[in-house]
Write a new protein. Structure first.
Length: 562
């Protein structure tokens, strides 16, 4: 194939949209992928075991161009073992099915290759980022003309921005002269995500500078301890950066008392004569969706939400209203906004706080005009994709406030029903029966502990606790194997490190995250029925010990989980 023919085949015609050719290629790839797809199962076809080194040994890059059909046949097998997030039984993480309207929009636009480094590389598409930031600012209760939002590479990126801004506000010279070793401290909740420590590591502040705040029995930060820690560290001569609070944790959806922390920080700043306000960031990458219920009429209840779910959603929405007292937020549209990866929004309440990193680059909203908007001058990334902003905008507009309310009300009620049905089985012990979130946390009780309650189990000795933990980890591997083999229509994950709230005890918690919009009471009932059959088989299977080679989702995703 000659140069011009190759160029035409792979790049089309610069004088046309080439949409038809892309559609044709999409169809070809789909046809190549079909043999590996099983939409009735939590996973596409595959095997749970593969040695990556052995796989790579057989691979050599071709010298001559290959026909597209041949390439697709070679690449399509890589789809094996992909989770099917649309399946209501796929409950292994907080990852939703993708809004197809968003997917179509970004697939088209990606072919045009916009770059959000500056407006002249992105055209008016860059307005999608500003528009989403306005909508979320309105939901939070912030002045959109004074706020600033940027899409970044993930939840760790949003926390990295927040920590960097906190450092810049506290110690402006750090940007040019570097950090002082051991001179800073920043707070995080004992129930927060481990990336708060990682952000300090990446910024050179040091993980040891991130101090953990003890929590109360309801999972929120202990304010008395918070104040004590702050005063203790300030009295040592250290510089106080601020805190990363929970705005909806992964498992229990803990939301910290942000208004009270705001008041505390104001008092601390006054008492110590601080010339800046310590930064409050809310890690709300999951919990932000309860902002959609802030104007819901909980008395008239137009969606007919059941009383138990209604009370819990109302409670969460009231707690989420306090996000407005924070200085910045993180929002993952790829977690609870039905968008594809990556679509994380960092939203800062005051533009001047964001520009503390680069004061000379400050731009007020009223000064933004096409041709003078250059985010690359201050963003962590120089090159940025349009994917996050555009997919978020399409998802927000196609669903609207009511659509998000409808989706989450249905999923919330189904999750409540799911836990109630699980609790009817004496072999199952629910850990979060009063949860205000979708996730269900539970364990299986081995036969010898069948009559024990959760409180009884927590009083057992170390070896007994370890045996229960291994029993549950093995069960997660057991159902994972059957899900891979399409024998069952659900899959959970288990955690070796999840601690039963209020304790230091890990029981190998089984965690079910029902993120599919197709998860309703009927789906929940079917999953519980299948689960009971799996428990029956597991308790009788003499080969359970042979599952040790399986890992994947039966292991923790992060090295420190709360």
């Amino acid at each position: 194939m000659g140069y011009k023919e190759l160029a035409k085949t792979l790049f089309g015609n610069y004088q046309s949209s080439n949409f038809a050719r892309v559609s044709d290629y999409s169809k070809k790839f789909h046809d190549a992928a079909v043999p590996f797809q099983n939409y009735s199962s939590p996973y596409f076809s595959g095997t749970p075991n593969l040695d990556f080194q052995d796989f790579l040994k057989a691979k050599e890059l071709n010298y001559k161009p290959q026909p597209v059909d041949d390439v697709y046949r070679d690449v399509a097998p890589l789809l094996q073992n992909l989770p099917n997030w649309s399946n209501p039984g796929t409950m292994i993480n907080v990852i939703p099915p993708v809004n197809l309207a968003s997917l179509a929009a970004i697939n088209y636009v990606q072919g045009l290759n916009p770059n959000f480094a500056q407006d002249t590389y992105a055209g008016f598409l860059i307005l999608s980022e500003l528009e989403v930031s306005k909508y979320i600012s309105d939901l939070v209760g912030w002045d959109w003309k004074k706020s600033l939002g940027l899409f970044t590479f993930g939840g760790k990126g949003t926390n990295l921005y927040a920590t960097k801004i906190a450092l810049a506000k506290c110690d402006p010279a750090s940007s040019s002269q570097g950090c002082e070793k051991g001179k800073y401290f920043i707070l995080t909740s004992a129930n927060a995500h481990p990336c708060h420590y990682e952000a300090c590591d990446w910024l050179g502040i040091g993980k040891d500078s991130c101090i953990e705040i003890p929590c109360l029995s309801d999972g929120t930060v202990n304010l008395e301890e918070t104040e004590s820690i702050i005063r203790r560290e300030l009295d040592k001569g250290k510089k106080f950066l601020g805190c990363n609070l929970n705005g909806g944790s992964t498992n229990e959806l803990y939301i910290d008392p942000i208004k009270k922390v705001h008041v505390l920080f104001s008092r601390i700043a006054k008492d110590y004569g601080l010339q800046y306000r310590p930064h409050i960031h809310v890690d709300s990458v999951i919990g932000w969706i309860y902002l959609f219920f802030k104007d819901y009429d909980f008395k008239k209840n137009p969606l007919g939400i059941g009383s138990s779910s209604l009370d819990k959603i109302h409670k969460l929405s009231k707690m989420a209203e306090e996000f407005k007292y924070a200085d910045s937020m993180g929002i993952d549209f790829h977690k609870t906004g039905f968008c594809p990866y990556l679509s994380s929004l960092f939203l800062c309440r005051r533009r001047k706080d964001y520009y503390a990193m680069n004061p000379s680059k400050f731009q007020a909203m009223e000064d933004l005009k096409y041709g003078n908007y250059n985010p690359y001058q201050t963003t962590l990334e120089l090159t940025r994709s349009s994917t996050g902003a555009l997919s978020a905008l399409v998802s927000l507009k196609t669903l609207g406030v009511m659509g998000f309310q409808q989706m989450y009300a249905e999923m919330f009620e189904a999750s409540e029903y799911f836990r109630q049905e699980l609790a009817k089985d004496a072999r199952i012990c629910i850990i979060n029966s009063e949860s205000c979130w979708l996730a269900s946390l539970f364990i299986l009780k081995p036969k010898e502990y069948a009559d024990l309650t959760l409180q009884d189990i927590l009083k057992l000795n170390h070896s007994e606790i370890e045996a229960i933990k291994q029993y549950n980890v093995n069960f997660a591997k057991y159902i994972q194997r059957d899900a891979y083999n399409a024998k069952i229509d659900f899959v959970f994950t288990s955690s070796r490190s999840h601690l039963v709230p209020g304790t230091n005890i890990a029981l190998g918690t089984l965690k079910a995250y029902p993120m599919s919009v197709f998860f309703d009471k009927k789906a929940a009932a079917n999953i519980v029925r299948e689960l009971r059959n799996e428990i029956d088989s597991y308790s009788k299977d003499a080969h359970v010990g042979e599952l040790d080679g399986l890992s994947a989702f039966s292991d923790d995703m992060v090295y420190r989980e709360k």
